[in-house]
Ligand binder design. Structure first.
Ligand SMILES: Cc1cc2nc3c(=O)[nH]c(=O)nc-3n(C[C@H](O)[C@H](O)[C@H](O)COP(=O)(O)OP(=O)(O)OC[C@H]3O[C@@H](n4cnc5c(N)ncnc54)[C@H](O)[C@@H]3O)c2cc1C
Length: 381
């Protein structure tokens, strides 16, 4: 394995570092405080080509490798996790179903504007009564008037309700084969009659991310809104989530690096008992542990990305990367707050913001318990 970056990947990292330092770090915290999605930053990222990260140039993207995407995420997430979360949801689960399973007409119509960064993509899987147990979704799509009539409700859907959103790609029960339900995935554009949504939800972190409930009340879409195989929608969605897990792992790396940087700087400048607290072994060991765990998580994540780029199976490795990196991130955020003492508990301090943002990394795109299930299954259990 050689994870040294190509020239294109290095250029991308440089671009992301500059944008993250000069724009995101400066402007995103205010959006976090107001709990607003900073779509103007996402639009500017689109102008830089960053919203079509994993989509080939043929469809308007920049055709970046997964390794390059992870390296880019390490820069974006260092500056702000809500922007990074919205960005990665768009790049992976928001766009990939159309690229991987759509036909050329659908790619032309929906993928191209997503890749160009004109609109934001959303992925509608979770429902109020169906989270980890994806097969128990009850949203239905029934054949009607040469198209499909959709009824149901989705929960916690990111990126569907901003002024930049185009709609959602959702999963619905398309036919009931008795014990063996079949699932189809459909595009529902905003402004389609019967498609409405709730207010932006209030999380303890990712406060800039737009996450909502979506309601489908007799929503009719023509046949060409069905993506891929009408019976294999669940498999298509789960395949998309494999990439999403690498992306959440990368987001976790960026958060860990951010809190490590903050805690190290603070420990070097904060004096107690007549010396910087970085001279106390208890503090040094915390920092050394974070740095070591970060490096372990980093290698798992880059390896999962490398496997995808080289066309090898990466299901187990993506779950391992997500499991490890998100655990490392939540533990690191907690220790980094500890190193800051009372200052770290106050929402005005950047480390507190990262602490709030960390928990969801163990929940989104499959909880860590579900990552255990995936890994155990791959081991033959
Ligand atoms: C900020 C945010 C953004 C999100 N964005 C999206 C999005 O864009 N699109 C989307 O479709 N979803 C989205 N989600 C939903 C997310 O994917 C789900 O919350 C997650 O999959 C867990 O589902 P759940 O919340 O229903 O928890 P549940 O499935 O009800 O789980 C509750 C607890 O039970 C545990 N559990 C469940 N089953 C098992 C099992 N078999 N073995 C062991 N433990 C188990 C879980 O690990 C968890 O600890 C988002 C969630 C959040 C918080």
């Amino acid at each position: 394995m050689d994870f040294s970056l190509t020239e294109d990947e290095r250029d991308l990292v440089e671009l992301c570092r500059n944008f993250a330092t000069n724009e995101i770090a400066r402007r995103a915290p205010a959006a976090w405080d107001r709990a607003e999605c900073p779509t103007e930053l996402l639009r500017e990222m689109g102008q830089l080509g960053l919203l079509g990260m994993l989509i080939p140039e043929e469809w308007g993207g920049i055709g970046m490798s997964t390794v390059g995407f992870v390296a880019a995420m390490e820069q974006i997430g260092l500056a702000d996790q809500s922007v990074a979360a919205a960005w990665q949801a768009h790049v992976t689960i928001g766009s990939l179903p159309l690229y991987l399973f759509g036909n050329d007409a659908q790619r032309e119509r929906w993928l191209r504007p997503l890749a160009a960064g004109h609109v934001l993509g959303a992925f509608g899987l979770t429902e109020p009564d169906a989270g980890s147990d994806t097969r128990s979704i009850t949203t239905r799509a029934e054949r009607s008037d040469g198209g499909w009539r959709i009824n149901g409700r989705k929960a916690f859907i990111s990126n569907a309700g901003t002024d930049m959103s185009f709609g959602v790609t959702l999963l619905a029960r398309a036919e009931s084969g008795g014990e063996d339900p079949r699932f189809g995935s459909f595009v529902v554009e905003k402004d389609t009659p019967g498609f409405t949504m709730g207010p932006k939800m209030r999380g303890i972190g990712w406060r800039g991310l737009d996450t909502r409930e979506l309601y489908f009340d007799d929503v009719w879409v023509p046949d060409d809104h069905l993506i891929g195989n009408p019976e294999l929608g669940l498999r298509q969605f789960l395949a998309t989530l494999e990439v999403g897990r690498i992306s959440i792992a990368a987001l976790s790396l960026s958060l860990t690096q951010a809190v490590l940087n903050l805690a190290t700087d603070y420990a070097r400048q904060r004096h107690q008992f007549g010396r910087p607290i970085s001279q106390f072994q208890a503090v040094q060991f915390k920092l050394a542990d974070i740095a070591t765990e970060l490096e372990a998580a980093r290698w798992l994540t880059y390896r999962a990305a490398y496997l995808r780029d080289s066309g090898q199976p990466f299901l187990k490795e993506a779950s391992m990367a997500k499991l490890k990196a998100s655990r490392v991130a939540t533990a690191a955020a907690s220790e980094a707050v500890q190193i800051h003492g009372g200052v770290g508990y106050m929402l005005d301090s950047p480390v507190a913001r990262f602490y709030c943002d960390s928990k969801v990394l163990e929940i989104g795109e499959g909880t860590n318990e579900i990552q255990h299930v995936v890994i155990a299954r791959a081991l033959g259990c």
